[in-house]
Write a protein that binds this ligand. Structure first.
Ligand SMILES: O=c1ccn([C@@H]2O[C@H](COP(=O)(O)O)[C@@H](O)[C@H]2O)c(=O)[nH]1
Length: 278
């Protein structure tokens, strides 16, 4: 999929101001139209879409019904779907979240989901194993794109085998250990990281020159392009050896061109991503 369709991930973030600009109602029907329009515009141009589930949750069960249709349409169009849900909890509960989003045939089936390791990467172990068995993926938040997160994510772990590493670095190492244990000959691990394109990974004690030299390779979901200020041409410098696994994720910067100019904006950004050799 990476080779054929490239690494651009188009966010499906139906902000209220975008619904209005697109001439859509602020309702579950508006979300459905918005999501289906993004899916249509991305098809054949980008390989991946990422619905931001928060916007659908605002409309309760009707929002979830709209989301189910958008997920099904994206998967039917052969787009990979990353459900941006950022779930985290004790192990048994986070596993139930994984069952909801990663079980084949489930109403909310996606190809991957985002999860939070605040309760420890170990709390995600069963969910990660479930994803691996189902041929699905998880992206664990590590160094996120929002500036408020730096204090927590750069904090130094005090005990255990990751002592002395930043929280973000420790999460990367734990995820890599899981992928190594599961290794099945696939070039990429089933679990990846969220590493924002707005941050300098050196500030987290991560050396991008070597961080990506791993087998299996680490998938990286990289939000922060466009509206948050990161530029596609900077991706090779920002991610270094991790760049082979980077998914360039952008929402508002592309969605602002919609609905009429969205397909063209996606086409142009997908070309930029290819030219940047990410
Ligand atoms: O570190 C993170 C993790 C997730 N996000 C999500 O990505 C999109 C970004 O939207 P833009 O409009 O391109 O800024 C949004 O859904 C966030 O919740 C992130 O930005 N940073």
């Amino acid at each position: 999929m990476f080779a054929e369709q490239g690494r651009l991930c188009v966010g499906i973030d139906p902000h209220a101001h975008l619904l209005e600009a697109w001439g859509l109602p602020a309702s579950a029907d508006g979300l459905r139209s918005f999501g289906l329009t993004v899916v249509e515009a991305a098809t054949g141009q980008a390989g991946i879409v990422k619905p931001q589930v928060a916007f659908f949750e605002r409309f309760g069960s009707a929002g979830y019904r709209a989301l189910e249709e958008v997920l099904a349409a994206a998967r039917a169009a052969d787009l990979l779907v990353i459900a941006d849900v950022k779930r985290g909890d004790i192990g048994t509960s986070v596993t139930a979240y994984a069952e909801a989003w990663l079980t084949p045939g489930s109403p909310l089936e996606a190809d991957a989901m985002t999860v939070a390791a605040y309760q420890g990467v170990g709390s995600l172990a069963d969910a990660m194993a479930l994803g691996e068995r189902a041929g699905k993926g998880l992206f664990v938040l590590a160094a996120t794109s929002n500036p408020e997160a730096a204090d927590v994510q750069q904090a130094i772990v005090r005990s255990g085998r990751r002592a002395g590493q930043s929280v973000a670095r420790a999460i990367i190492e734990d995820v890599h250990s899981f992928n190594q244990e599961q290794q099945d000959g696939a070039p990429f691990g089933s679990v990846g990281l969220v590493l924002g394109a707005t941050v300098e990974l050196a500030d987290y004690g991560i050396d991008v020159a070597t961080a990506g030299e791993r087998t299996p390779a680490l998938p990286v979901l990289a939000p922060g392009f466009g509206h948050q200020g990161a530029r596609v041409e900077d991706a090779p410098r920002l991610f270094g050896s991790l760049a082979t696994g980077v998914i360039v994720s952008e929402s508002r910067g592309l969605l602002g061109a919609g609905p009429d100019g969205l397909a063209e904006a996606i086409r142009r950004r997908a070309d930029e991503v290819r030219s940047a050799h990410v």
